[in-house]
Design a protein around this ligand. Sequence first.
Ligand SMILES: [Ca+2]
Length: 300
Amino acid sequence: MGSARYFYPHRREHTVRYTVLCPLITLAFACTAFGAVPEDYVLVWEDDFEGDSLDEDNWRHRYTGERRGAYNTSDAVSVSDGRLSIKTSYNASEDRYETGMIGTQDTFQQTYGYFEARIKLQQEGGHWSAFWLQSPNIHNESDPPDPANNGAEIDVMEYRQYHDAMQHALHWNSYEDGYHKHIDEELSNWPNDFSPDDDGFHTFGLHWTEHGYTFYIDGVETWQTTEALSHRDQYMILSTEVPTPGTGEVGWAGGNLDWADEGHEDGIYVDYVRVYVPEPATLAALGIGGLGVLLRRRRS
Ligand SMILES: [Ca+2]
């Protein structure tokens, strides 16, 4: 950790395809398949969820065991047909709801960049999904708050099917009463102005620089803020969560789950997660030829 980790050798083809072809495609087609990737940014990390299991070189399960109103288990997370699945379901033999959360806390951390995921959202109320960045120092509290050094929880997207509530959010200065700070932006025009693509997916992006955060959905800018600006390495998380019974989370999430007799399961699919950073300036001056130099360097 501490800096961006670059590609494993077996991902070489992906690196070439996206870093070299994307600028070329941009000339003709605006590179729409890649959401809102800033100009002159290059791919440094990705998971396309190929194969038939979670790549634990990229992700680790988080908070396995009881969490909020469910039990987090690796069984709730699977990979097939090029997609990651995180499901909430009822386990009758254990009489509990189960769900899952994965993160790059032990595998990849990054300061600034463009972070993007293509996600098919859950269909039911009573739980929520999120693609977020977290700081290892999120629990540090101070007066005044110091998000620059302690980081922030950056919710690239947080979705409750209940009321079709799609939001971006920031939390910082720990989660302790009296210290915790929070700001969010709930989209007033969701879902009307954001139709899923033909496969039912949306693309969620965060452009985080030393100057601020800009959020995107389906390539459209949806929020910009300079609040709680983190200047430290953070990691990515994908999750579905069940509200803690008896707390305000229940109403927020659309009620308690009542799936025990119905055999329900519901969750999200993720086609990919990608991270881009500014092309090194010296190589930018060389243009695409410079990228070739960069790629050859990474291979050696
Ligand atoms: Ca995929």
